[in-house]
Ligand binder design. Sequence first.
Ligand code: SAM
Length: 269
Amino acid sequence: MGQSPSGTNYTLRDEIRDHWSKRAATFDDVPGHEIFSDRERRAWHRLLSRHLGPANGRRALDLASGTGVISHLLDDLGFEVTGLDWSEAMLTKAKAKARSRDRRITFRLGDAEQTREDDASFDVVVTRHLVWTLVDPAACFREWLRVLKPGGTLLIVDGDFVRQSPIERLLARLETLVLKGRKPPAAASSAPPDLAEQHRSILSRVHFKDGARAEDIASMLAECGYERIVVDTRLGAIHLAQACRMSWRSGLIRHVQHRYVVVAAKPPA
Ligand SMILES: C[S@@+](CC[C@H](N)C(=O)[O-])C[C@H]1O[C@@H](n2cnc3c(N)ncnc32)[C@H](O)[C@@H]1O
């Protein structure tokens, strides 16, 4: 593990963890992170139920749980939830929020690449906005297969935050014309201005530095031994609800970005 940002042992993984720790205090202020309406919450419930089926007290692992937004959705649905994150600052926020809402969710410190959970101990593994930032996604996918019960389900929510859609490119061109050379506001990243450069730098060095595409994740999952792999891009109801709390520009961009769910199963025993 690294000791200081300037020390030779300070790795990209340390930098990623420290980046998120710095963002923990304000993470839940951002629409698209925390949920600010029942409309959005219901849309998430529908998406999760569509792919995971009834919870019936089954065990769910929320990987890279951050402040616990997805953990709370899974708890709402009746899963027995463990949230795991490697940032102490995120975990502190997650634990405080769960206490304030009187939720029984277990949050623990850990690395998604080496969870230290038992073999075949979870019915479902869910993770939002982790895969795009992984250094070694294949190692993680194998680890998640290990902790899933036979027949269990992995659900990944993620997006390509690098490649611009034609509408984003058009918007950028129009803004350059209108602003006559002044810099348009950053839209693809929700990082606060003081951390935006670090966010861009991290993004340029991770495995999916050219953007995390659903089809690439799906083929990597197949190589790692998952089956029944499905890509679902029907996130419109969630994005519409989120857009009500965003600038029109951010709401539009969110809608046209390549954002998706990838669902995969561990083969039965
Ligand atoms: C964009 S935030 C997403 C948080 C949460 N999943 C959500 O959607 O609200 C990314 C989170 O991933 C965590 N993270 C990144 N890499 C990780 C790893 N290898 N192991 C555990 N946590 C990780 C960070 O600490 C951060 O809390």
